[in-house]
Ligand binder design. Structure first.
Ligand code: SAM
Ligand code: SF4
Length: 335
C-alpha cells in the first residue's frame, strides 16, 4: 500500500481541491417536501445507517485531509436521535473551521441555543412559502408557524448570516418570490433561491413542468430591489448579490441552468456511508464497508478518500437526455 502519511489534502484529477463535505446524518424527516420525497417513503433500517461514532470518524479523517468545512444535512438532521452529541464533538474537532447546518427549522425553537453553544457557525433554514396552507401543500405535513418561530429563535440565539433556502417551483410558489425576499430583508436574513433538481422521481408533479429558472427569479426580484453582484462565491452553484441599502444578500443556486462544476470543492457522505463524488452522478465509494471491517484502521479510510478523488466526475448533466439521471432522492443524497 502506498505511504500516504504525508498526504494532507484531497485533490481530484481535474486539479480541484476538496475541502468541504456535506455529511448526511439521517435520511428521515418530519416533513415530506414534494420536490424531495415521495408521499409514502420507506426509510433505511437502523443497521444500514452509520452510527454517530462512525459519522464522527469519517468527519475526523476528512479534516486530517484538509477539510475545513462540514455541513450537516439529511433528511432532517435534527430528527436524528442524540444528534446533539455528534454536533458537540464535531464542534470541537481540530482543523474544522466551519460547522454548518441545513435544517427545515421546525425544531430550532428547542435547539437554536444548544447548537450555538456546540459550535455551529451558521444555519440555513428551508422555507418555500409564507402562506400556511401552501406551506403545508409543499411540505405535505409541515407547520409554517413552527418554522417561523425557529427562524426567530436562531436569530435570537445570535447566529449571524442566517440563510433561508427556497426552492421555487412553477405552480407551487413562483408567485411568492418577492414576498420571500421581503421577509428576508425585513429580518436581515440572507435568502437563496434554488432551482429544483431532477433527483429521483417526484410523485406529485413532473419536474420539467415545475422547474423555474433562476434567471426568471432574479428578474422578479429586480422589479423591486436593486441587486449588486458580489464576487463572493461558495465554490458551488450559488452566486450571491447584495441588495442595495439592505443587509440581506440574495443567492441564486442554479445547478440546472448553470454549470459551475469547474469550481466544485465538495463531496457528500450519505447516511449509509456512501461517499458521493458528485450530486448529479452516481460515482460513489462504500465507506461503510471500510468502517465496519474491524481489520481497517483510519489509514485505510484515509487511503479510500484519497483514491476516491480519481473518480470525481468532471460535471453533472441534469436534464440531459443523453446522460443517465440520478435515481436517488434528495433526502438520500444529503442536500
Ligand atoms: N431537511 C433539511 C432542509 O430541508 O433544509 C436539510 C436537507 S434538505 C434535502 C436540503 C436542501 O435541499 C433544502 O433546502 C431543500 O429545499 C433542498 N432540496 C431538496 N430536494 C431538492 C430538489 N429536488 N431540488 C433542489 N433542492 C432540493
Ligand atoms: Fe425534509 Fe428537507 Fe427533504 Fe423537506 S427538503 S422533506 S425538510 S429533508
Amino acid at each position: 500500500m502506498p505511504d500516504n502519511s504525508q498526504v494532507t489534502e484531497l485533490i481530484d484529477k481535474f486539479g480541484r481541491r476538496v475541502d468541504y463535505i456535506r455529511l448526511s446524518v439521517t435520511d428521515r424527516c418530519d416533513f415530506r417536501c414534494v420536490y424531495c420525497m415521495t408521499e409514502d417513503m420507506t426509510f433505511l433500517p437502523r443497521d444500514q445507517i452509520l452510527s454517530l461514532e462512525e459519522l464522527y470518524r469519517v468527519a475526523k479523517v476528512f479534516t486530517e485531509l484538509g477539510v475545513k468545512k462540514i455541513r450537516l444535512t439529511g433528511g432532517e438532521p435534527m430528527v436524528r436521535s442524540n444528534v446533539m452529541s455528534l454536533i458537540e464533538k464535531l464542534g470541537a474537532l481540530p482543523g474544522l473551521e466551519e460547522l454548518l447546518l441545513t435544517t427545515n427549522g421546525a425544531q430550532l425553537e428547542k435547539y437554536a441555543i444548544p447548537l450555538k453553544a456546540a459550535g455551529v457557525n451558521r444555519i440555513n433554514i428551508s422555507i418555500d412559502s409564507l402562506d400556511a396552507e401552501r406551506f403545508k401543500r409543499i411540505s405535505r405535513v409541515g407547520k409554517l408557524d413552527k418554522v417561523l418561530a425557529g427562524i426567530e429563535a436562531a436569530s435570537a440565539a445570535g447566529f449571524e448570516r442566517i440563510r433561508l433556502n427556497s426552492v421555487v417551483m412553477r405552480g407551487y410558489n413562483e408567485d411568492e418570490v418577492l414576498d420571500l425576499a421581503d421577509y428576508a430583508v425585513e429580518h436581515d436574513l440572507d435568502i437563496a433561491f434554488i432551482e429544483e433538481m431532477p433527483l429521483g422521481e417526484a410523485s406529485d408533479h413532473a419536474r420539467e413542468d415545475t422547474t423555474c429558472s433562476n434567471a426568471w427569479v432574479r428578474e422578479k426580484i429586480e422589479e423591486k430591489y436593486q441587486l449588486v453582484d458580489s464576487a463572493e462565491t461558495t465554490a458551488g452553484p450559488a452566486r450571491f448579490a447584495k441588495i442595495a441599502d439592505h443587509k440581506s444578500r440574495i443567492g441564486f443556486i442554479s445547478p440546472v441552468t448553470h454549470n459551475f462544476c469547474e469550481d466544485c470543492n465538495r463531496v457528500r457522505v450519505t447516511v449509509e456511508g456512501r461517499l458521493l463524488l458528485c450530486l448529479g452522478n452516481e460515482h460513489s465509494v462504500d465507506l461503510r464497508a471500510i468502517l465496519r471491517n474491524p481489520k481497517n484502521d483510519d489509514t485505510v479510510l484515509k487511503q479510500a478518500l484519497i483514491d476516491s478523488m480519481q473518480i470525481k466526475p468532471e460535471r453533472h448533466y441534469f436534464f440531459d437526455k443523453d446522460h443517465a439521471q440520478p435515481v436517488r432522492l434528495m433526502n438520500m443524497t444529503g442536500g
